[in-house]
Design a protein around this ligand. Structure first.
Ligand code: RP5
Ligand code: MG
Ligand code: MG
Length: 279
């Protein structure tokens, strides 16, 4: 696999912390590097002990590589190494140790709902791309509040939560603002979403996310699932409204040149291949 890139970004997000620069050939833990000296950083939002975060290692020794009570500490990448009580990032060095902005030591599990439809003209016919000659997909994209980048409206799997529910819940919260709509509207949103999310799910990706918040001891993993509204009369008809950690939301043409958060572009590439769409 190609070495992670975003996980080595010079400036750690939401802080003044600089990562220890890690060249490509030193990413792998198997490369001996005695001079490697990353800072240990834990964001105040994590150090303040919110319910979603683990305590500090020392007073706390969770069951790594296992389902630990309600918390899934297994990795999609296989068994990871635990050194001096701390799990090691399976994709190698990041230039920062401890947890940074992430709550869990080791894998932090998320789910990414990729909701798509075909781009159509005024008469309802599919629009083909002028170069690739293939039909263009559109997906529901949110602009993240934390960094301002466009992304899939994903979120963390709550302890004990089924991933299928996380996908539906995060999409509703971030793209339909379900947390703020009146009770009467909630039922309608719920009904449409449940229909789409039950029928046409296609699992696109399962594994490590090259997320800017990753550290040597904590990292993001996700399950990305595509829900395709082929006839455009399901979720396509719901009004999009940004909510929770989304600042904006809109249908965006799926195209390789559109920059997205972390490695989300890779997930969309897999969707367009599967649907024989323009990329
Ligand atoms: C990414 O962070 C995942 O792919 C997912 O989209 C997102 C989950 O984190 P939050 O949106 O809850 O910050 O790594
Ligand atoms: Mg969310
Ligand atoms: Mg989110």
């Amino acid at each position: 696999a190609a070495p992670h890139i975003t996980s080595r970004c010079a400036q750690y997000p939401g802080s003044k912390i600089k990562r220890f620069p890690v060249p490509d050939d030193k990413v792998d833990w198997s490369q001996d590097w005695p001079l490697y000296d990353p800072v240990c950083y834990t964001s105040p939002s994590v150090a303040n002990k919110p319910v979603w975060a683990d305590p500090d290692i020392g007073a706390f020794s969770p069951q790594f590589n296992a389902v630990d009570g309600n918390v899934d500490r297994t990795s999609f990448e296989g068994s990871y190494t635990v050194e001096n009580g701390k799990p090691l990032n399976p994709h190698g060095r990041t230039g920062l140790s401890c947890r940074g902005l992430l709550g869990r030591w080791g894998p932090n599990h998320a789910a990414d709902p990729i909701v798509t439809r075909w781009k159509i003209d005024a008469k309802g016919a599919k629009i083909n791309h002028s170069v690739s000659k293939r039909p263009i997909l559109q997906f529901v994209s949110i602009k993240r509040r934390d960094c301002g980048e466009w992304a899939i409206p994903g979120g963390m799997v709550d302890p004990g939560e089924q991933v299928s529910l996380t996908l539906q819940r995060e999409f509703s919260e971030e793209a339909l603002n379900s947390l703020a709509v009146p009770e009467t509207k909630k039922a309608e949103i719920h009904e449409r979403i449940t229909k789409l999310f039950k029928s046409s799910g296609f699992q696109v990706y399962k594994g490590y996310v090259d997320d800017p918040r990753n550290t040597d001891n904590a990292w993001m993993e996700t399950v990305a699932v595509n829900f395709h509204d082929d006839t455009g009369d399901s979720v396509s008809e719901l009004p999009l409204q940004a909510g929770d950690d989304a600042g904006q939301v809109q249908w965006v043409d799926v195209d390789s040149s559109f920059p997205l958060y972390a490695n989300h572009s890779h997930f969309l590439e897999l969707v367009s291949k599967e649907r024989k769409a323009h990329w």
